[in-house]
Design a protein around this ligand. Structure first.
Ligand SMILES: Cc1cc2nc3c(=O)[nH]c(=O)nc-3n(C[C@H](O)[C@H](O)[C@H](O)COP(=O)(O)OP(=O)(O)OC[C@H]3O[C@@H](n4cnc5c(N)ncnc54)[C@H](O)[C@@H]3O)c2cc1C
Length: 379
């Protein structure tokens, strides 16, 4: 059955990919956002995001990430835009705290995901950018890399429009029953899909707020040394450094090295000025001194302040609102949705169209915190 009127609210990666997949399936879809798609407050619109299949013991997301990589390559081909740089990804396993990294190795071997394990001595030779004296070993995933996040959202929105999808501006609110309202009136459509990312918590105070936390995250881009290509994507992978609460990306398209030290911060989504905190600059410099000493003294050239919405188990949400049978809630809630974007959107579209039910892990309702070794994100 084709629906003549599906509304998707939220043009971040979750909403855009869901809308695109529904449009491809022959439904008529309108994508609504309160700001222009690509705006800087959205979680999806930094320059870049890592894509890697590294998810600890979790085979489900490992498989999804592998499939997503193929779909990103197809989308790149279809849009003619450079969306993906396959520079690889490296997990640095801190000596004495390697459960999640050990689990990732087992999952990769079981599922046949290409990877190499380097001991500390090999790491120093293969990836001389990193000072790895406290690292037990590294897992390198060559078929991983970075996605040009902002460009990917814009390209997907444009493709959606090319296929007949409609994009509109509008601020959706909810009434006391958590039913979506537009211009103060109850929205009418065959399906209403809510993909408002971190804004979901305040819009759905009974359904989403109790199972989510929104944290602000500041990240900095540091200049590469003049005349030196060592820190470019052609010579350096993305990396994850859980022991230091950090991850990062090499420089791509001249943006600089994104060494992100995660310092969870409070954020007022609509009212905060998106300016970087002094503490982030100090902590990032400390991190660079420890892990990337060749960048010490290089200047900050750009920054980004946005946010992550997290569920306790870091599993996504794809489920019908308990009181409204046409309202589907779809959300990242994890800090790792971007990479899965095309697969997630396709899955959510199938649920919205009634082709299948959602997966147990994505259901609304009580969520429990997982131990770092069980968690897909290692948190
Ligand atoms: C610093 C940082 C690093 C990250 N790194 C990675 C990574 O390396 N790899 C990875 O896969 N993921 C990463 N993530 C996570 C990933 O970016 C997010 O999970 C993903 O972007 C969430 O997308 P979304 O579409 O759910 O939300 P958003 O992108 O925030 O989109 C929500 C949209 O809804 C709109 N909206 C909100 N309220 C309303 C309303 N009332 N009416 C109409 N529209 C509304 C907003 O304007 C916005 O455009 C990172 C996140 C952060 C913050």
């Amino acid at each position: 059955m084709n629906f003549n009127d599906i509304i998707v609210v939220g043009a971040g990666i979750a909403g855009t990919m869901t809308a695109l997949s529904l449009q491809r399936r022959g439904h008529s879809v309108t994508l609504i956002d309160k700001w222009e798609p690509g705006h800087p407050r959205a979680s999806s619109t930094d320059y870049n995001r890592v894509i890697r299949a590294i998810h600890g013991r979790d085979e489900f997301y490992t498989r999804w990430a592998r499939e997503a990589r193929l779909q990103w390559l197809e989308l790149q081909e279809e849009t003619g835009q450079r969306l993906y740089y396959e520079c690889g990804a490296l997990i640095l396993a801190t000596a004495g705290h390697c459960d999640w990294e050990d689990a990732t190795c087992e999952t990769f071997s079981k599922l046949g995901v290409p990877h190499h394990r380097f001991d500390q001595r090999e790491l120093a030779v293969r990836f001389p950018q990193f000072k790895s004296d406290d690292i037990a070993y590294g897992i390198y995933e060559p078929e991983a890399g970075l996605l040009m996040a902002h460009r990917a959202v814009i390209s997907a929105v444009q493709l959606f429009q090319k296929l007949g999808g409609v994009v509109k501006r509008g601020a959706v609110s909810t009434d006391a029953d958590e039913y979506p309202l537009l211009d103060g009136k109850r929205m009418q459509a065959d399906r209403i899909i809510i993909a408002t990312g971190p804004w979901m918590a305040d819009m759905f105070p009974r359904t989403i707020k109790p199972i989510s936390t929104v944290v602000g995250v500041n990240v900095l881009y540091t200049a590469t040394p003049a005349g030196n290509e060592r820190y470019d994507h052609s010579n350096m992978p993305c990396w994850i450094d859980h022991g230091q609460g950090s991850f990062g990306m090499p420089s791509v398209e001249g943006h600089g090295v994104k060494a992100a030290v995660v310092i969870p911060d409070k954020i007022d989504l609509d009212n905060d000025e998106r300016l970087i905190r002094r503490s982030t600059i100090d902590r990032t410099r400390q991190y660079i001194r420890k892990r990337l000493p060749g960048l010490e003294g290089e200047r900050v050239v750009d920054s980004k302040f946005n946010q992550i919405i997290l569920t306790p188990d870091t599993h996504f949400i794809v489920d019908w609102h308990p009181a409204h049978d046409k309202v589907l809630m779809v959300g990242g809630c994890s800090g790792h949705l971007f990479k899965h974007g095309p697969v997630f959107g396709d899955f959510a579209a199938g649920v919205a169209a009634g082709e299948y039910a959602t997966a147990d892990r994505f259901k609304l309702g009580k969520r429990k915190k997982l131990s770092p070794s069980e968690s897909p994100s290692g948190r």
